[in-house]
Design a protein around this ligand. Structure first.
Ligand SMILES: Nc1ncnc2c1ncn2[C@@H]1O[C@H](COP(=O)(O)OP(=O)(O)OP(=O)(O)O)[C@@H](O)[C@H]1O
Length: 238
């Protein structure tokens, strides 16, 4: 059974400030992601890549269609059950870190590890290990996240998303703010998740990251999957 199975997924938005106009972002997407598969979504701006990730995470509620994590249908799951499942089974790494006020990186990442089943002391050890792998300077571990730089926040986000690896990791441009050395460390960390069987669905605007990490590239256009295949075959057409 695939880790993630998406069928006939549709999403549109009603723009209440512009005469109630409707913008369609997904027109019926079918996609499976297997254990240890790293699928990169590619395609032009506005193709629906981020909308697809958000419908899986249910930041956006789809209009219709099915999103299954293993044998659990997510589109109809009550909000509280969805929140619990997100904490345990998903990592979602966007370009932006949302941390509670006056919370430092170590606490943010340890909280994520606790939601995935570690006890408090194991969670702190796992969090420290993740932050170290991403080269986040130890002097910053208890500093309020709101004062961190964009690249530092992105590394905290990645550490929280990948600590105690979840079953499914959703990545929306997770290395966009990183300098070359930190980007390499982040890509190494994501690549190593394959050994843990983690299924990854990702948007990278960076073709090198896609070449290095993707086991399959899915090309989206106008809210639909236009093509898919091995990175070497597909990326020349992107
Ligand atoms: N919250 C929203 N409200 C209104 N329209 C939206 C919203 N989110 C996405 N859209 C629209 O849905 C379409 C797909 O957007 P989406 O962000 O999924 O594309 P994308 O492929 O991720 O683009 P990019 O590569 O530029 O990030 C666009 O036309 C966009 O304007």
């Amino acid at each position: 059974m695939p880790v993630l199975s998406i069928r006939a997924l549709r999403k549109s938005f009603t723009l209440h400030t512009i005469d109630g106009r409707t913008v369609a972002s997904l027109h019926g997407v079918d996609l499976d992601v297997e254990e240890a598969e790293h699928v990169a979504l590619a395609g032009p701006s506005g193709a629906g890549k981020s909308s697809l990730l958000r419908c899986v995470h249910r930041t956006y509620l789809p209009d219709s269609g099915s999103v299954r994590l293993g044998d659990t249908e997510l589109t109809s799951l009550p909000d509280r059950a969805m929140a619990r499942l997100r904490g345990r089974e998903f990592g979602y790494v966007s370009q932006f870190l949302s941390a509670p006020p006056r919370t430092g990186p170590l606490d943010v990442v340890a909280a994520s590890a606790r939601r995935r089943g570690l006890d408090p002391s194991e969670a702190r050890d796992a969090a420290a290990d993740s932050l170290r792998r991403l080269n986040l300077d130890e002097t910053l571990w208890d500093v309020d996240c709101s004062v961190l730089s964009g690249g530092e926040r992105q590394r905290v986000n990645l550490a929280a998303g990948t600590v105690r690896p979840p079953r499914l990791l959703l990545l929306d441009e997770p290395v966009s703010a990183l300098d070359p050395a930190n980007r390499e460390a982040a890509l190494d960390l994501i690549e190593a998740l394959r050994e843990h069987g983690v299924a990854v669905l990702a948007v990278f605007h960076d073709l090198d990251a896609m070449r290095r990490l993707a086991t399959r590239v899915v090309l989206m256009r106008d809210g639909l999957i236009a093509d898919q295949g091995a990175p070497a075959d597909l990326l020349e057409t992107v």
